[in-house]
Design a protein around this ligand. Structure first.
Ligand SMILES: [Zn+2]
Ligand SMILES: [Zn+2]
Length: 655
């Protein structure tokens, strides 16, 4: 919002929320009716191009968003190195409004200007006129209109909305109040409508001109310098005809210079050129290598997690992933496309996020594989080598700690499935009626993909980067979220490292841990000192109101008494099927205010909340702890909890 919003600030369809696309419904229905009654042959080029052109604009803009976010995460050729927050993402989420507006303009022009129906696909003379009109009146009028917008009267009512973003993203380019868009539409119409009225316009001429505007707008706001120097060396006058991302970024940091639309010559003529433009261009072109202090290694979860990534759809990434099903389906082609890309190009982890806490630099890398692939035994080798490569890359980059997120650390063999199939999923060891079946599962396979990273430490004993599975802090968070008066808890689901550590800690405090599965009970009992084993109980009838565990299935949940609190012990939330029970978040904490550039949510967690496993890695690096936290090794629970509090991480409230 502008500081003092003036008339016509809001889009006319703002009240419609997510249903705003219905504004275009009459146009779509009209097209469908026309095709149904008269056939495709009746459509003239202009009419046939309208809707596809809008769709292509959406795709074009989204490509810019993703590329820019990817490059800024990698910090390559970054221009302004400051953080973006949720406020900016919220302000810029309606970037598609101007595309809807554009659609309405198309239809209006078609309905009212007879020449539009006669437009051929292409005419060179008309396009040259469009280009000349853009260079002349459009750029000139824009320049002076833009200067007028910076007069405090208009600035406070309108243009300050665009300038609220100091660090720009491609979509910042179209974030203006409605009234400003109306003026821009009139300006651009000079270049599009004149050839049409002169009888030399063409459909492609209009489409290409709009694509040019989109391209230049997105480029100018992408915060990454990508115009190579040789272009200006080959054709020096280009300097006056084409701005660069660093040129327009100066308009956002300095406000009173570089007013031009896309062609800087009016800034040269009227002497409003920022003196540091050339210098900033040169420095921005230099590739900067950043050494992260800490790397968190995550992976894709579901197919739809693609648009929830920071480099996916900005507004979705800024909200926990609980989007309505209809919305997820609407954009499913992106999900499938990204899975294909992940398969084809996914030969290494990629940077998805870059955070900062004072001088401490953090990055998040993602393994281009999905949850379901972690469950496939034939993918094990390839996933382990992707993780291995990421660890070696982090080591080489000088990172102090790498934390293994989600399934990268420890994939549990589902003992139940193994026993049911009577075969071990990993080595095909025939369990059959072998009485040692359980021991086989426990001892030979340690139940994990890479045993919380232990595999890599054995393979690379000289590794400088510390590997952290975060189990210590996750256990601490689980323990702290158990109500103080609790005397009994039920431990359900598999016996993961965190679940075992939690159970052991509870038994040591004298809290009874009840288990209903004999084999899980046996595994845990073997790990407990005899004096504490009395607090571990196998029972199917004694059901307490505090449940711990992961992946508690529907049938089991139905057995919980009314008012039960479910506390997850894994990084994946427990499916909520009971309305009369409380489900706590997966172990996580609020991050300190000093952590910056946070504008995407971690999977299903709320804004500015981070999983305990990831925080554990941050603390490990901040404190310079030397040990690896993987395999059977775990950080001291109290020590890591105190460190979290010391650095300003805040426990979540229940719910
Ligand atoms: Zn401005
Ligand atoms: Zn701008």
């Amino acid at each position: 919002m502008a500081t003092r919003p003036g008339p016509l600030t809001e889009w006319p369809w703002q009240w419609m929320g997510n249903f705003k696309y219905l504004v275009l419904a009459p146009a779509v229905l009209h097209t469908a009716h026309r095709v149904a009654t008269k056939g495709w042959g009746d459509l003239d080029p202009a009419y046939a191009t309208m809707l596809p052109a809008l769709l292509l604009r959406m795709i074009h803009n989204q490509i810019w968003i993703s590329l820019s976010r990817y490059q800024t995460a990698r910090r390559k050729n970054l221009i302004v190195d400051r953080s973006i927050d949720f406020e900016q993402v919220d302000r810029e989420r309606s970037w598609d409004d101007q595309i809807i507006f554009n659609g309405l303009e198309f239809y209006l022009a078609y309905a009212t200007i007879p020449n539009v129906r006669l437009l051929p696909i292409w005419r060179t003379d008309g396009f040259i006129i469009t280009a000349l009109l853009h260079m002349g009146p459009v750029e000139f009028l824009y320049y002076w209109f833009h200067r007028a917008l910076h007069h405090h009267f208009l600035y406070s009512r309108y243009h300050s909305h665009h300038h609220a973003s100091i660090v720009t993203e491609p979509i910042t380019s179209v974030i203006h109040p409605f009234a400003e868009h109306v003026v821009y539409f009139m300006l651009f119409s000079i270049a599009t409508l004149t050839p049409i009225f002169m009888g030399c316009g063409s459909v492609l001429g209009v489409v290409l001109y709009i694509a040019y505007i989109d391209f230049m707008n997105n480029m100018g706001h992408c915060n990454v310098e990508l115009v190579p120097k040789w272009i200006f060396q080959v054709f020096p006058p280009l300097k006056y005809l084409m701005y660069t991302p660093s040129f327009h970024s100066l308009h956002h940091t300095q406000f009173r210079t570089n007013y031009s639309l896309f062609m800087p010559f009016y800034d040269y003529i009227y002497n409003t050129m920022d003196k540091s433009s050339d210098e900033l261009y040169e420095t921005s072109l230099k590739v900067k290598e950043e050494t992260p202090d800490f790397v968190h290694l995550t992976h894709m979860t579901t197919l739809q997690s693609t648009y929830h990534l920071r480099i996916g759809i900005a507004s979705i990434a800024s909200k926990p992933s609980d989007n309505p099903v209809w919305y997820a389906w609407m954009i499913w082609p992106i999900a499938w496309l990204s899975m294909v890309l992940a398969w084809v190009y996914g030969s290494s982890a990629f940077v998805i996020e870059r955070l900062q806490m004072k001088k401490f630099k953090m990055q998040t890398w993602a393994i281009p594989r999905y949850n379901f692939q972690y469950g496939l035994s034939w993918e094990r080798e390839s996933i382990n080598s992707l993780i291995e490569k990421a660890i070696l890359d982090a080591d080489e980059s000088g990172a102090k700690v790498l934390s293994l997120g989600l399934l990268n650390q420890a994939r549990q063999i589902d003992n139940q499935i193994c026993l049911a199939l009577q075969i071990c999923r990993f080595c095909k060891y025939l369990l059959g009626k072998n009485k040692n079946a359980l021991e086989h599962l426990i001892k030979l396979h340690a139940k994990q993909l890479n045993r919380s990273g232990e595999l890599f430490i054995q393979k690379y004993p000289k590794l400088r980067v510390r590997l952290v599975d975060g189990s210590g802090l996750a256990t601490a968070v689980v323990l702290k979220s158990i109500p103080l008066s609790t005397k009994q808890v039920l431990l359900s689901g598999s016996t993961s490292k965190v679940a075992c550590a939690t159970a052991i800690a509870l038994c040591e405090k004298g809290i009874q841990v009840i288990m209903s599965q004999k084999k899980d009970y046996d595994i845990l009992k073997s790990r407990l000192p005899e004096s504490r084993a009395v607090y571990l109980k196998l029972s199917n009838s004694n059901i307490p109101q505090v449940w711990l565990g992961d992946n508690i299935d529907d049938e089991e949940q139905k057995k919980a008494p009314k008012g039960t609190t479910f506390i997850p012990t894994s990084q994946f939330p427990i499916k909520k099927i009971r309305k009369d029970c409380t489900y706590l978040s997966t172990p996580a904490m609020k991050i300190p205010e000093t952590m910056q550039n946070v504008h995407a949510c971690e999977n299903w967690l709320p804004r500015r909340v981070m999983s305990a496993w990831r925080i554990a890695g941050i603390l490990h690096a901040l404190e310079g702890w030397e040990m690896h936290e993987c395999g059977d090794d775990m950080m001291d629970i109290e020590k890591t909890w105190s460190a979290a509090i010391k650095y300003g991480f805040v426990p979540l409230m229940k719910g």
